[in-house]
Design a binder for this molecule. Structure first.
Ligand code: SAM
Length: 426
């Protein structure tokens, strides 16, 4: 396919996403199934056009003075992929599949610095106050960081391999050690139509040498620092991303109990544990399995359900679907999970609260409310652990008073994550 056909396909997929309120991945998959002639390079390019358009939807629409899908796709090429209006017109001139060019006069005349600030940050206007409250003067740069393309991050599974071995196995993919975590591997995001490698098709993946895991998720797992022979509960284990990292950190010693209230989300953990060679994880899908663990665990992790604002780079459609109602629902679920999970912490033990959101409503406000209501728990400052874990040269996360941490694309070049460690009095 030439560029015009790829643009037309991206417009079709964006229209489908908007009309049927579908997840991007589903809409792209369906398009691929009904257009089997398209090669992998075409699919990657179409996917990039769609994701790039959604990441910067607001600023693209403002500059183009149009919210049409065609305007968004043209804006991607002109603002993000390095085309000028002349080079683009030349490339499309004899391409019969090229969509009709929209009016580009607004783009030529407008300057983004004249746009409202939330448009400059590609942020829903009603979310701006939360960003300002938490990030202060940096809020705009933080919002803009969330409109960029993410890297592909992997974690070397030290139960089976090490980082050097994985980097070598993936050298054709541009893999390199990632900047912060000791076992992290990073494949750069790429530009324009470039395709990220399908690393899960590699033999080294099948062998369990690595997992796909954002460096932010690796960082929060590393910060938990469970001692080898201890008893750990991963209370919202989901597909097991953090369970697997904890198991490797504990060198397969001690015991990790992986529980999730949703069996379907938990199901993939079984195959992942097998591939990774973990031997210290018990999977539980019913709260009755946990009864004997009450008050007995050294560490309880609550990787809470959240709005996922920290993952907007990867799932930009969710940025525009977020509503105040969703925040209300998630915060209620978070307090419920945190309260239930806290019952399993032994006196003197540790309760860790993590989200992949950057909104203070889901983070600092939640842990402070929890500690107010459960005075036997208190927040243990975590900023000092940062240097111990990652060295003095590592970029520093947000931490208003050193007690909790928030990772972001703009500060740590990771997905957004919140981390808080609490201790139960002995
Ligand atoms: C952020 S995801 C977990 C991701 C996972 N820890 C990982 O690293 O791959 C949150 C999980 O919390 C689970 N969950 C929500 N409410 C819960 C509750 N009250 N008790 C236990 N699990 C809950 C959801 O089913 C979901 O799988």
């Amino acid at each position: 396919m030439r560029l015009g056909g790829r643009m037309a396909a991206a417009i079709e997929v964006l229209t489908d996403i908007e009309a049927r309120k579908r997840p991007v991945a589903d809409a792209l998959k369906d398009w691929g199934l009904s257009h089997r002639f398209a090669g992998s390079g075409d699919r990657a390019a179409i996917g990039n056009l769609v994701y790039d358009a959604l990441r910067m939807r607001l600023s693209h629409a403002w500059l183009m003075d149009s919210e049409s899908e065609t305007a968004l796709v043209y804006a991607v090429l002109l603002r993000q992929w390095g085309y000028s209006s002349e080079t683009l017109a030349a490339e499309l001139s004899d391409d019969k599949f090229a969509p009709e060019a929209p009016d580009l006069s607004a783009l030529a005349a407008r300057n983004l610095s004249d746009a409202p600030l939330h448009v400059q940050g590609d942020l829903p206007d009603w979310v701006q106050p939360s960003f300002q409250a938490f990030f202060g003067d940096n809020w705009l740069a933080e919002a803009q960081g969330m409109a960029t393309r993410p890297t592909l991050d992997l974690r070397a599974n030290t139960l089976k391999a090490n980082r050097d071995k994985v980097v070598k196995a993936l050298d054709r993919s541009g893999a390199m050690p990632s900047p912060i975590t000791p076992n992290g591997i990073r494949i750069p995001a790429g530009t324009g139509p470039s395709r990220l490698p399908n690393v899960t098709a590699e033999v080294s993946f099948e062998k369990g040498w690595f997992e796909v895991q954002d460096e932010g998720s690796q960082i929060v797992s590393d910060l938990i620092r469970p001692a080898e022979g201890t008893q750990v509960l991963d209370y919202c284990a989901g597909g097991g991303g953090k369970t697997l990292a904890l198991s490797a950190a504990m060198h397969n010693k001690g015991q990790i109990h992986a529980y999730d209230a949703d069996r379907k989300r938990l199901a993939p953990i079984i195959e992942r544990l097998r591939r990774a060679g973990t031997r210290n994880v018990q999977v539980h899908d019913h709260p009755r399995d946990l009864v004997n663990l009450e008050g007995r665990l050294d560490t309880v992790l609550v990787d809470a359900p959240c709005t996922g604002t920290g993952t907007w780079r990867r799932r930009p459609d969710t940025k525009w679907r977020l509503t105040p109602r969703t925040i209300e629902e998630r915060t209620a679920q978070q307090i419920d999970a945190l309260t239930k999970a806290s019952a399993y912490v032994r006196p003197g033990g540790t309760l860790v609260y993590v989200t992949c959101s950057v909104l203070p409503e889901e983070n600092d406000q939640q842990v402070r409310r929890f500690c107010d209501e459960h005075p036997e728990f208190s927040i243990k400052p975590v900023l000092d652990d940062w240097t111990a874990c990652f060295g003095a040269a590592a970029p520093k996360p947000h931490s208003p008073d050193g007690s909790t941490l928030t990772l972001t694309p703009a500060t740590t070049d990771t997905d957004g994550f919140f981390f808080c460690r609490m201790q139960r009095e002995g």
